[in-house]
Design a protein around this ligand. Structure first.
Ligand SMILES: Nc1ncnc2c1ncn2[C@@H]1O[C@H](COP(=O)(O)OP(=O)(O)OP(=O)(O)O)[C@@H](O)[C@H]1O
Ligand SMILES: [Mg+2]
Length: 495
């Protein structure tokens, strides 16, 4: 009987508190997790209450789902241990509801033996774990400990996120779009562990910045972050870079040298462009990761390593695995957690924030702050940015270098963007022309406003074009160009 199992072994579990561990791995006694137990079977319920209380949880319990809901409303639980009856869907409804309303609550489902289907359904609805009745004390305490660890990680990743949150993004990363918020949630969670992470994304989406952020927010931030570009080095060089070599291993190896895995100590080795690694090196890397030791080139001995691995690629590794050009086992090893960076065109709402960030950076040391005029920003918002953030950064840098003033214009942007801007302008003019005459008559096209402003200024100043240009805030050559564009030969007489 479950109850007797509990009573007979309860003392064994007393020292093994389920209280969460702090960063150093010791129990964090300041936190007492709230556990809600829901089971209509009084004997199981009271046994679970007893064992959980002895493990250090603040326990509440109830026999029915309605009261469970009201208890949750009054005081959200950290962990919910809920029995799911074989018949009826009330239990599953509660699990789904809790996952939506109280995302921080970790759910453990209890099911009767022989009802695997219910357990599977519960996991699908968001339960983190399940226990099949009858279960032993250690099964319950292990499940609770796992749930407690999850609550702690979730909690500290939330704290980390809040601490590093800026009005524009997270740490050095800019972006407030839903896609980026999702990424920040996973990032702040994985940063706290030392599992391998695979960063995926098109070129220029910020893979290296993500890798650096994971390292900087992690437990070993004070240790080195060592990047290796697997795409630009020849295989023999990558091998000696990563694994090191001994004196005399090859011509020029006048003394032994540690590889990056060893020099990183407990820091991070960033394997950039991992998709470019040859199959031979993939095998050597896999071995290093599995055995946590490396053999320096030319050596007979092996050296232990404890670096964290973050890998990145813009290639489709899963497709490469299918084709046989990337090892499946290495893929799974690196892909413990993956972070997929969105393309900039899929988070256009972040473009103004990113642009402002780059403009601020480029304005440092300048007499006036750079800004973008509306047309230039609108054009940037419409562009697809195949080179993503790097392309945006370059476009802004170029515009600042070319611009004659602090307000960047469409004409300062790369030619392709200028053309897109002009096409959009033409399209909107054509659309305006297609409008009913009455509306069109009330709207003065920008070009016409400009023509009138130029003519008016020159006339007011008695034909002094130099002074007119100055007062209009444009250069003399721009004024002459515009007069030519509008077909004005004599401003005092024409139009
Ligand atoms: N979210 C962001 N906020 C601010 N700057 C960013 C962000 N993402 C990327 N950048 C900047 O964009 C540039 C490109 O980023 P990064 O080098 O990390 O991209 P990548 O994905 O590694 O590119 P590639 O595939 O070309 O190597 C860098 O200057 C980086 O600082
Ligand atoms: Mg890169």
């Amino acid at each position: 009987m479950l109850e007797t199992v509990f009573h007979s072994t309860v003392m064994e579990f007393l020292p093994q508190s389920a209280v969460p561990l702090d960063a150093s791995g010791s129990p964090d006694l300041r936190v007492r997790l709230n556990l809600l137990i829901v089971d209509s079977d009084a004997a199981v319920r009271s046994a679970c209450v007893e064992i959980a209380t002895s493990l250090g949880y603040a326990v509440q319990s109830t026999a029915d789902f309605a009261q469970a809901r009201s208890l949750l409303r009054g005081h959200a639980a950290d962990i919910l241990l809920v029995n799911l009856p074989t018949t009826g869907s009330n239990g599953l409804e509660l699990v789904t509801e809790v996952r939506h309303l109280y995302a921080q609550t970790v759910v453990i489902a209890m099911t009767a033996s022989g009802s695997v289907g219910v357990a599977v359904e519960a996991m699908r609805c968001g339960a983190a774990d399940y226990l099949t009745k009858p279960f032993a004390v250690d099964e319950l305490s292990t499940a609770l400990e796992r749930a407690a660890a999850q609550v702690t990680v979730d909690h500290s990743s939330r704290l980390l996120r809040e601490r590093l949150r800026s009005s524009q993004g997270l740490g050095a990363m800019i972006g407030r779009s839903n896609e980026m918020e999702k990424l920040y949630r996973i990032l702040s969670k994985v940063a706290q562990s030392t599992h391998p992470v695979l960063v995926l994304g098109e070129s220029g989406t910020g893979k290296e910045l993500v890798a650096r952020t994971i390292h900087a927010f992690g437990p070993n931030a004070h240790k080195p972050f060592l990047p290796v570009d697997c795409g630009s080095l020849v295989p023999t060089l990558i091998e000696s870079e990563l694994f090191g070599y001994v004196k005399g291993a090859f011509t020029g190896a006048v003394k032994s040298k540690d590889g990056l895995f060893v020099s990183a100590e407990g820091g991070t080795v960033f394997l950039d462009e991992i998709g470019e690694l040859t199959l031979d090196l993939q095998a050597k890397l896999l071995r290093a990761l599995q055995e946590k030791e490396v053999r320096p080139v030319g050596a007979t001995h092996r050296v232990p390593i404890k670096a964290r691995i973050v890998a990145a690629t813009n290639r489709d590794l899963a497709a490469m695995v299918e084709k046989g050009s990337f090892r499946k086992d290495l893929f799974y090893r690196l892909n413990v957690v993956n972070l997929r960076l969105p393309a900039l065109r899929d988070r256009r709402e972040d473009i103004p924030l990113l642009a402002a960030h780059f403009l601020d950076r480029l304005s440092k040391g300048q007499p006036r702050k750079y800004t973008l005029n509306d047309e230039a920003l609108r054009t940037m918002m419409r562009h697809d940015w195949p080179g993503n953030i790097r392309e945006l950064e370059n476009a802004i840098e170029r515009a600042c270098a070319l611009s004659s003033g602090p307000v960047l214009q469409l004409g300062d942007l790369p030619t392709q963007l200028q053309q897109q801007g002009l096409e959009a302008h033409r399209a909107s003019m054509a659309a305006a022309e297609a409008q009913p005459a009455a509306v069109a008559a009330d709207v003065l096209p920008l070009a016409e406003m400009e023509r009138q402003a130029i003519l008016g200024a020159i006339r007011l100043l008695g034909g002094d074009k130099l002074l007119a240009a100055k007062m209009l805030g444009i250069g003399k050559t721009t004024l002459y160009r515009k007069l030519k564009e509008y077909g004005i030969t004599d401003p005092l007489l024409d139009g």
